[in-house]
Design a protein around this ligand. Structure first.
Ligand code: CAA
Length: 283
C-alpha cells in the first residue's frame, strides 16, 4: 500500500517532531491533540525549527518551509483525522492503559489496511495491541528526539505484527532518510534499555555527590565522544519520561533498573527538563 497521508496522535515534543519530519519528506499530515492551544503551539514550534535549523542554514528555501507547513493540518477530532490516512502514528504519554484503549479505538474505526504504529520508547507493542481485534497491523516505529535530525528509527515487531506491515513500515521509515534497525518486542527494546541505564546512573552519581552536574556531563562527552552528557540528555528527553521508563523496566526486569530517587523528587517539583524550563539545568 502507498502511504501518502499520516495521522499523528499527540502533538507534544515527539509528535510534532515526527510531523515535521514526515511533512518534510512529502507526506501529508493530520496532527491531532486535545485542544487548539496545544496544536497551535506545536505548529509554531515546527515553524521555528524549520526556520532556525533549515532555512537559516540554507538547507531548504523559505518557500519549501511554507509548503512543509501547509502539508500539516491540525485537528482536535481524532475520528475525523484518521478517516483518509494510510498510517496512524501514536505519540501520546507513556501509559500502557491509555495506549491499549487508543489502539483498540483506532483499530475499530480505521480501514483494515491502515497501519497503526506506536512511537512508544519502552512499552511492549504486543501489550499495546492486546485489546485490538487486528494486532497484525500494529507495529512500533520508535523515533528519537529531535526527530528531524536523529539518524535512527527502531522498528519493533510485536508478537502478532505481520511481515507485510513490518516491511511497509521499514520502507516508510527509510523514505524519511533514516537507518532502520528491527528489534523483537522486549521492554525498552535496544535503545531505551541502554540509554536509560546511562542517564539513571548519572543521576545516581549526582545524588551521591561524586561530581557536579556539569562535570558528569563533560566527562561523558569528552571521554566517550557523546554529543550530549547524560544529565543534559535526561533534560532533553524529559525527566518524567525517564522516571516512567525506569518504573516500567524495574517492574519487568527487577531492581537493577530502579529509578534514582532524585528523578522522582524532580518530577514532583515539575523539574522535567527543557519542557518545564528547569531540570538538571535551567533553560
Ligand atoms: N532540529 C533539527 N536540526 C537540529 C536540531 C533540531 N532540533 N538541533 C540541532 N540540529 C542540527 C543543527 O542544525 C546542526 O546541523 P548542521 O551540522 O548541518 O549545521 C546539527 O544538528 C548539530 O547541531 P548543533 O551544532 O547546534 O548542536 P549539537 O552538535 O549539540 O547537536 C543535537 C544537537 C543533534 C541535539 C546533539 O546534541 C545530539 O545528537 N544530542 C543527543 C540527542 C539524543 O541522544 N537523542 C535521543 C534521545 S533518546 C530518545 O529520544 C528516545 C526516547 O524515546 C526516549
Amino acid at each position: 500500500m502507498d502511504i501518502k497521508k499520516i495521522c499523528i496522535i499527540g502533538a507534544g515534543i515527539m509528535g510534532h517532531g515526527i510531523a515535521q519530519l514526515v511533512a518534510t519528506h512529502g507526506y501529508d499530515v493530520n496532527l491531532v491533540d486535545v485542544n487548539d492551544e496545544v496544536l497551535n503551539k506545536a505548529k509554531a514550534s515546527i515553524e521555528k525549527s524549520l526556520n532556525r535549523f533549515f532555512v537559516a542554514k540554507n538547507k531548504i528555501t523559505a518557500e519549501e518551509a511554507e509548503k512543509i507547513l501547509d502539508r500539516i493540518s491540525l485537528n482536535v477530532n481524532r475520528d475525523d483525522a484518521v478517516k483518509d490516512v494510510q498510517m496512524g502514528i501514536e505519540a501520546v504519554f507513556e501509559d500502557i492503559t491509555l495506549k491499549q484503549q487508543l489502539f483498540s479505538e483506532l483499530d475499530a474505526i480505521c480501514d483494515k489496511d491502515v497501519i497503526l504504529a506506536s512511537n512508544t520508547s519502552s512499552l511492549s507493542i504486543t501489550d499495546i495491541a492486546i485489546k485490538s481485534k487486528n494486532p497484525d497491523r500494529i507495529v512500533g516505529i520508535h523515533f528519537f528526539n529531535p526527530a528531524p535530525v536523529m539518524r535512527l528509527i527502531e522498528l519493533i515487531k510485536g508478537k502478532n505484527t505481520s511481515d507485510e506491515v513490518l516491511k511497509t513500515s521499514k520502507k516508510f521509515s527509510e523514505s524519511l532518510n533514516k537507518t532502520v534497525v528491527t528489534v523483537n518486542d522486549a521492554p525498552g527494546f535496544v535503545t531505551t534499555r541502554l540509554i536509560y541505564v546511562l542517564c539513571n546512573e548519572a543521576a545516581n552519581m549526582k545524588m551521591e555527590g561524586i561530581a557536579s552536574t556539569e562535570d558528569i556531563d563533560i566527562a561523558c562527552k569528552l571521554a566517550f565522544n557523546f554529543p550530549m552528557g547524560p544529565l543534559e540528555l535526561s533534560d532533553l528527553v524529559g525527566n518524567d519520561i525517564y522516571l516512567h521508563i525506569g518504573e516500567y523496566l524495574e517492574k519487568e526486569f527487577g531492581d537493577k533498573y530502579k529509578p534514582c530517587p532524585i528523578l522522582k523528587e524532580m518530577v514532583d517539583k515539575n523539574l522535567l527538563g527543557r519542557k518545564s524550563k528547569k531540570g538538571f539545568y535551567e533553560y
